[in-house]
Design a protein around this ligand. Structure first.
Ligand code: COA
Length: 318
């Protein structure tokens, strides 16, 4: 065994579906504007019992079931999240592992919307190096905890959920090398911190939307090019493009400008909105359950967001 592969997939979508009309009861906007500027029609907001630990453990259990694996076979748990700021346990990864009956070491990666792709590569590294036979990667977010419902740049974009994949050793590497980087000079374009104007709130997300938009369209096509060149592939040889579900206009523009517009492109954002570190596995699951992709298809995964940062790689789908 000299490689790693995704062998199981599971997700958790919170029960409560929130339409643009509900958002616009508080926000100075219209449902049509939100659809036009972002593609988003609905999002999911987690309720009190749908904690980060609960959502992550449920998605993780489904990924194990999908792979036909048991908790005892998990050698690592890697959680990617940026919204672990509320009432959840201090040590979220251990709480998730405990809920699942997993006794292996569990850690947390904080790389915002790039988090899932970063964690996936870390999992593949651990398995390829022989330090673990399997690693469970879980992206989980309660972005609604960070939202100011009156903020015209963020209130309608973000959403809650979890997605998990089990990574296991494979004869042939099926998770490619990652292209990672970012633009630290734009670190203030997306922030999560306490706001003096909201003294009763915990940390709140703020975003310079047009700055993020411009950066994404300028930077990401080159990142996609590097990933494809590194593998010696053309865009047409990829089965699916599964970018972070930030904004439908960004997804479509990057797909078009890289030649990936001709392959199946993830558009989970329309119904699920932007779930940061959870968006790639959530999108993967919708594509698989709707028959757009199948196990073994080759996908280009691309995380990007706060940092500003990106992380992308090629991988065969579970
Ligand atoms: N509802 C209605 N109108 C709004 C609005 C809202 N929520 N927010 C801004 N506007 C208006 C502005 O007042 C402005 O009107 P004007 O032209 O009459 O002055 C106009 O829309 C354009 O404002 P701007 O701030 O330039 O908005 P935008 O077109 O850039 O759209 C975003 C805002 C947030 C949708 C857009 O910048 C975006 O999608 N950015 C990327 C965000 C993203 O993907 N983040 C995820 C990273 S992980």
């Amino acid at each position: 065994m000299s490689g790693a592969a995704m062998v199981g997939l599971g997700v958790f979508r919170p029960r409560r579906v929130v339409g643009n009309d509900e958002i616009c009861r508080v926000l100075d906007s219209t449902p049509e504007w939100i659809v036009r500027r972002t593609g988003i029609s609905t999002r999911r907001f987690a309720q009190a019992d749908e904690t980060l630990a609960e959502m992550a453990a449920t998605a993780g259990e489904k990924a194990l079931a999908d792979a036909g694996a048991s908790p005892a076979e998990v050698d690592r748990v890697i959680i990617a999240t940026m919204s672990h700021v509320g009432d959840d346990p201090v040590d979220l990864p251990s709480a998730v592992a405990a809920r699942m009956g997993v006794r292996a070491p569990a850690v947390q990666v904080s790389a915002a919307c790039s988090g899932f792709a970063v964690a996936l590569r870390l999992a593949a590294d651990a398995v390829t190096a022989g330090g673990a036979r399997t690693a469970l990667v879980i992206g989980v977010e309660r972005m609604s905890d960070l939202l100011d419902p009156t903020d015209r740049s963020t209130a309608f974009i973000f959403s809650d959920g979890a997605g998990a994949v089990l990574v296991a050793a494979s004869r042939r590497p099926q998770i490619g090398p990652a292209v990672m980087g970012g633009q630290p000079s734009l670190a203030e374009a997306i922030t999560v911190r306490r706001r003096p104007e909201l003294p009763d709130r915990g940390p709140v997300i703020r975003m310079q939307g047009p700055t993020v938009f411009r950066w994404a369209l300028t930077e990401l096509p080159g990142v996609v090019g590097q990933i494809l060149d590194g593998a010696g592939l053309t865009a047409g040889e990829v089965d699916a493009f599964i970018p972070h579900q930030a904004n439908l206009r960004i997804i479509d523009a990057v797909a078009q400008s890289t030649g990936l517009g001709g392959v199946v492109v993830a558009r989970d954002i329309v119904e699920q909105a932007n779930t940061s570190a959870a968006s790639i596995p959530l999108a993967m699951e919708r594509m698989r359950s709707s028959g757009q992709v199948k196990r073994g298809d080759l996908a280009l995964l691309l995380g990007f967001g706060a940092g500003l940062s990106y992380a992308g790689l090629l991988a065969t789908l579970p």
